[in-house]
Design a protein around this ligand. Structure first.
Ligand code: PRP
Ligand code: URA
Length: 209
């Protein structure tokens, strides 16, 4: 596996992934589990985040605490990334948020961009691009292109389920980007869906099918 690809396979995450894959899981449960799993991933991703000392006073005495130095920017790819964004904001409510609208043309599987609004000063931020699915990799590569054009440098990609072709595409086009995922499935079907995957993430999150 490429040195920039990190498989987060904690037992609690594997347990929750089974409910995401199961087609009997309803929209409400699916959305809640996506939020929970994203938060668990970020907990692991931020294990080595930079901290600085902060002098404070407890009700008893002076003390030195630690706080994060990095500015965090979360950038969901619309629309399925929105629920992952919610999970991250519950943990890091000070994060700035950018939005990138991309859908995949169902015939060509090529990414189509329709919206992009990014925070300023992206070059100073620890950036998390979030999308539940990394299939052919077209959408994510396009999103990373836009974030780099906006000045982003320290970019991490957080996807729930990835497929090998998508991982290979991202590592070859953007070798500086770290990819965090909870599963790497080997195949795509003839419609570009990940096998076994979990189906259409947007439809399952928003109840649109
Ligand atoms: C899904 C998913 C990714 C993309 C992955 O979005 O959320 O953005 O497909 O496919 P790729 O790696 O082959 O580009 P979709 O196009 O279904 O849009 P939606 O979130 O608006 O439903
Ligand atoms: N988009 C999805 O939502 N699911 C897949 O399996 C592939 C692309």
């Amino acid at each position: 596996m490429d040195k920039n690809v990190f498989l987060i396979d904690h037992p609690l995450i594997q347990h929750k992934l089974t409910f995401l894959r199961n087609k009997q899981t309803n929209t409400k449960e699916f959305r809640e589990i996506v939020k929970e799993v994203t938060a668990l991933m970020v907990y692991e991703i931020f294990r080595d985040v930079q901290l600085k000392d902060l002098e404070i006073e407890t009700p008893i005495s002076k003390a030195v605490g630690k706080i994060m130095t990095d500015e965090v920017a979360v950038i969901p790819i619309l629309r399925a990334g929105l629920v992952m964004e919610e999970g991250i904001l519950e943990l890091i409510p000070t994060a700035k948020v950018g939005h990138i609208g991309i859908y995949r043309d169902p015939e060509t599987l090529e990414p189509v961009e329709y919206y992009c609004k990014l925070p300023q000063d992206l070059h100073k931020s620890n950036i998390l691009i979030v999308d539940p699915m990394l299939a052919t990799g077209g959408s994510v590569v396009k999103a990373i292109d836009l974030v780099k054009e906006g000045g982003g440098k320290d970019i991490k990609l957080v996807c729930l389920i990835s497929a090998t072709p998508g991982v290979e595409k991202v590592t070859s086009k953007h070798p500086d980007v770290k990819i965090y995922t909870i599963s790497i499935d080997s195949e795509l079907n003839s419609h570009g869906y990940i096998v076994p995957g979990l189906g259409d993430a947007g439809d399952r999150l928003f109840g649109t099918k």
